[in-house]
Design a binder for this molecule. Sequence first.
Ligand code: HEM
Length: 488
Amino acid sequence: GLALLVGLLSLLLLELFRWNSSRSRSPPGPKPLPFVGNLPQFSKDHMGFIRSLPKYGEMCSIFLGRKPTIVLNNMQLAKEAFVQNGTVFSGRPLTPLQAWLTKGYGIILADYGHSWRQQRRFALHTLRDFGLGKKTVEERVAEEAHYLIKEMLKQEGKPFYPIHPIMNAVSNIICSIIFGDPFEYDDKRFAKLLQILNENIRFAGSTVAQIFHLVPIIKYFPGPHQKIRHNFEALKNFVFEIVEEHKKTLDPDNPRDFTDAYLIQMTKEESKEDTTFHLENMMNSVFDLFIAGTETTATTLRWGLIYMMDHPDVQERCHEEIIRVLGWDRSPCMEDRASLPYTYATVHEIQRYANVVPLSVVHETTEPTQLQGYHLPKGTMILPNLTAILADKEHWKYPDTFNPENFLDEKGQFCKNDFFLPFSLGPRVCLGENLARTELFIFFTSLLQRLKFSWPPGAPPANMDGLVGTVRSPFPFNTVCRSRETTH
Ligand code: HEM
């Protein structure tokens, strides 16, 4: 008994010692507790915690597991690491949870290297090249915006929670790119797919996921993580089913969508021994494009509705500008940005203020390196603090409030700001940036052309920090929409 106690105590001491010595070699940061690090502070008030980080310096460390994670709190340092030293700072850690679920295939969670580079490049080209059938992406989004408006008007004048119609509209765009035919809003397979995505995203930000990092052995026990694993299997089957359907009608000279293009690439590279184009990578790339392409954009649009209801003056000015330029019937296209400076600035401000990926996605150093005089061993986890950059007091006119003037000059013309960094930076920069910008501008402009949004009478004020996982999303809320044409 005594031997066991002494053994346990020495293990504890060893752990404390290891942890203390890694702390003393890391940049300063909020005081961590033994074993759980900064998790309690982080879980208690995510945004408060993230906003407090710059006070420890440009570079600070936080403990979300046993190892420190280095946070870069300003633009200059983020550029120095992720752009000037991009090859060293663009790895991804394979956490126990990811190893268990995705094995590091695909794009988002793949480590820096051959497979990631090939999959990323292929996805970028395919996203860029695909006119969707005979339609451009812009036309496709405008068409989807019409369905969205119709769907919302079914609830005209009544409070409703807009998450489902928005999610459907946004995911239909990426669906058309990946799978060809968009789904009907009431397709059961689509509903199942959305449910899986939602559950997995919610899980990624949950306490169980954090616990998994600390004690991966829970994978052998029942719990919500088993459901997530089950979801991955269901998703795999879903993709395989679609692949089989595509194979039957594939015309190698006329790829219809991402799935066709991928199948063609797989055949092309069949004889190469080191090809990275195989079903496992395909499944994970599809999953990545889907998950990254839906949640972020749909969440930004939901925040956008909240800001419009909170700032009816901004909403009116956008609407007036849109009607002046487009009239009631013409759908917006990207070229209209130039003649809609106020609306374009508002879309930017929504993205800046919504800050939907507050700490981006964690990177890892691919080799030992130095930053600001600190030695960083290979495998050090690094986070760019996008929250700090998007609200940098020295570079924004109104860092802490929602105000489209942040993107307007004295003449009311749109003006760019280099600190607008919602898509992160360097070799890992969001690969869907163009698609996301197209979707946000066209969905937003179409909605405000036709509809007016307001809070239901007596609605409590929205919690502006929202729910923070990897993605920061608003808590459920109701909106009331009215057709502008009938109130006109
Ligand atoms: C990565 C933001 C929409 C696909 C990322 C990252 C951020 C981000 C911050 C992490 C970059 C890093 O590692 O530092 C956003 C925002 C969006 C959006 C704010 C919309 C408002 C999209 C869309 C797609 C997409 C529409 C796809 C079609 C991806 C992919 C990655 C990524 C595949 C991983 C890139 C890599 O690891 O190489 N995004 N994103 N995103 N995004 Fe987006």
